[in-house]
Design a protein around this ligand. Structure first.
Ligand SMILES: NC(=O)c1ccc[n+]([C@@H]2O[C@H](COP(=O)([O-])OP(=O)(O)OC[C@H]3O[C@@H](n4cnc5c(N)ncnc54)[C@H](O)[C@@H]3O)[C@@H](O)[C@H]2O)c1
Ligand SMILES: [Zn+2]
Length: 374
């Protein structure tokens, strides 16, 4: 591949009327950042929020680029990890920002993975009734999914993502150069959302994953760029049609109902979000197959693809009642009925309510036997 292809930038528009914005995706994009900030008339005060790992790798360079262009940068670095996505961390960020004199014309730049995007996004949505937000995702998961769509928020002790808002960024800046330092486990997490996009909307993306999986797991450039762009296009399209999840957007929850309960069963410390989504997708595909919605052949393809993705967590350590218990707390469940997004073929899903606990239990048993065979 030629250098010009490496550095090519693509712009995907998220069409939301006045709140429309661009996702800029490519490689080696840092030299162009300042120009885009100027075009978008970003004010001179920037609050850069990042975590300690991303900060150690990218903070100095990012600050330097911004300061050289005349921006006043306040950097706030928090510890890494899902456990930071909570209200007390939100409070401490507010305090630092107030002390630093951050005002309504300031801009928050969220530099990091989905945790930073969700957390800093929530701070941006609420600080002085909302200040400008730029998403600069640095994980594969964030670059294919979480940085787009405006869902921001934090966890509550009683449930994941229970406190939040819809708050769209000014733009999303997805530079694949960041992925060079990503640990393999985080690449696996990104695959959780990528496989999801194939199943919910794009059979040819799924087929591409079947033939290029190992290359993508190694972050080979051309295949990674292709899937990144395709996922971003699909997410942009879905969000444009249903920003607040009144219907269509819920398809993005494939694998997430059981996925969230697996995350919760391990107290958010055992499984990472993307890993839980992969496992949840297997279990939910089993439900679909057992209900006669998903053809056996498509089911087998889904299980085979996900089984090729190494998840180094033994899910047998989870107790079934604990998983079932946290399913009941999931926000997508109504009082009486649970609700699942299930595949009807590769490339299409539908919502199904009221699945019996017995069937859910057997899907979890299937999951643990499917994983132990790999
Ligand atoms: N808002 C949404 O629509 C949406 C969608 C999907 C997931 N999410 C949320 O996203 C979160 C998961 O995001 P994630 O998987 O990006 O996790 P994360 O933000 O915790 O990042 C994973 C790890 O990778 C490190 N890291 C990040 N970028 C790096 C880089 N370039 N090089 C080296 N290390 C790097 C981080 O420090 C962290 O330790 C969950 O909280 C989930 O709920 C939100
Ligand atoms: Zn997700």
């Amino acid at each position: 591949m030629s250098r010009s292809e490496h550095t090519a930038r693509h712009t995907i528009r998220v069409g939301l009327g006045k709140r429309s914005y661009d996702i800029v995706a490519g490689r080696t994009m840092r030299p162009a950042l300042v120009q885009v900030l100027e075009t978008k008339r970003v004010g001179e005060k920037i609050v850069l929020i990042t975590d300690a790992i991303v900060g150690a790798l990218y903070l100095r360079d990012t600050e330097r680029v911004l300061r050289r262009a005349g921006y006043a940068v306040t950097s706030l670095v928090i510890p890494q990890g899902e456990s930071q996505k909570n209200l007390s961390r939100v409070g401490s960020l507010y305090t630092s920002m107030l002390k630093a004199g951050v005002d309504r014309k300031s801009t928050i730049l969220a530099l990091g993975g989905g945790v930073i995007g969700d957390l800093a996004g929530f701070v941006a949505a609420t600080y002085q009734r909302g200040i400008t937000l730029i998403q600069m995702p640095t994980t594969l998961l964030a670059q294919v999914d979480s940085s787009v769509g405006g869902k921001v928020g934090v966890n509550h002790p009683l449930g994941k993502n229970m406190i939040g808002a819809f708050y769209q960024p000014l733009f999303v800046w997805a530079d694949a150069d960041f992925l060079d330092t990503l640990p393999f486990r985080e690449v696996v997490c990104g695959m959780g959302e990528i496989v999801k996009y194939g199943i919910i909307k794009d059979a040819s993306l799924f087929k591409y994953l079947e033939s290029h999986l190992e290359q993508i797991l190694q972050l080979s450039r051309a295949p990674t760029d292709y899937v990144r762009l395709r996922c971003l296009e699909i997410k942009a399209e879905i969000v444009s049609k249903d920003e607040r999840e009144s219907g269509l957007r819920s398809v993005l929850n494939l694998g997430h109902t059981i996925g969230h309960s697996l995350e919760a069963a391990g107290s958010y410390r055992v499984l990472k979000h993307g890993e839980a989504v992969l496992l949840g997708t297997v279990a939910e595909s089993y439900l679909a197959k057992e209900l006669g919605l998903l053809p056996e052949e498509d089911f087998q393809r889904i299980v085979r693809l996900i089984n090729r993705i190494p998840i180094r967590v033994n899910i047998r350590q989870f107790h079934l009642p604990r998983i079932l218990g946290s399913l009941k707390l999931d926000k997508k469940s109504t009082d009486k009925k649970n609700r699942f997004v299930l595949p009807v073929r590769i490339g299409e899903v539908k919502t199904v309510e009221g699945i019996s606990e017995r069937l859910i239990s057997s899907s979890l048993k299937f999951l643990s036997s499917a994983r132990s065979r790999t």
